[in-house]
Design a protein. Structure first.
Length: 209
């Protein structure tokens, strides 16, 4: 069994210590950090996202896998700069203004990071302008918006409109999600994608870049 396959298996098991150890071993054998990242850690989290979407994995297991992946990533970080590895791009994520919910947002963040994106997490109750200015300053390709209250959903449209006004709508894709949000609503406000859960949000984020 290849080193990458063993790393993937241990990510699926959520074994932090083993993933860390296997990542160190792969580096010591001369594997490139970018290869370990893409073919081991990210490949493992891609499977986690698919399994979550298919309801073959549930939130506690997904969190364990994400932590295992993060343990491997910590080992790789100093070496990735040397490799000049390019990820999938930057994602600005946050819960919209007036909304303090963050569990779903945090899960999406973990999985999107696991998929190889650089994530800028603005937290909760984020003002419209903050999303737009952060995306602009960081040249982000995606803004991922979460709303858990029907009263805060209209803020998502404000952000889409704000990107238009700022002249960067064609450069930034908008991904929306949250319990009351539907695919129909996403289309109605002009968003580029809708994630019904964290697994599908990651799959759609990958399809948008």
């Amino acid at each position: 069994m290849s080193d990458m396959k063993i790393i993937i298996d241990n990510i699926l098991k959520g074994d932090e210590d083993k993933v860390k150890l296997l990542t160190l071993e792969a580096l010591s054998k001369g594997e490139k950090a970018s290869e370990i990242l893409n073919n081991g850690l990210i490949a493992g989290m891609d499977i986690v996202g698919e399994k979550m979407e298919a309801e073959d994995m549930f939130i506690p297991e997904v969190l364990m896998s994400a932590k295992a992946m993060s343990a491997g990533l910590e080992v790789l970080k100093p070496h990735l700069a040397e490799d000049e590895s390019n990820g999938r791009g930057k994602v600005v994520i946050g819960t919209v203004q007036g909304d303090l919910h963050d569990i779903g947002k945090n899960l999406v963040k973990m999985l999107i990071e696991g998929a190889g994106f650089e994530v800028i997490d603005l937290g909760t109750n984020v003002e419209t302008e903050k999303f737009i200015s952060t995306a602009k300053e960081n040249n982000a390709g995606i803004i991922a918006l979460s709303a858990l209250l029907t009263t805060t959903m209209p803020v998502m449209k404000d952000i889409v409109d704000g990107l238009e006004s700022a002249g960067i709508r064609d450069k930034v894709k908008v991904l929306v999600g949250g319990a009351p949000v539907t695919e129909e609503y996403a289309k109605e406000i002009g968003a580029d994608g809708y994630g019904s859960d964290a697994g599908s949000a990651v799959r759609i984020a990958k399809s948008l870049v």
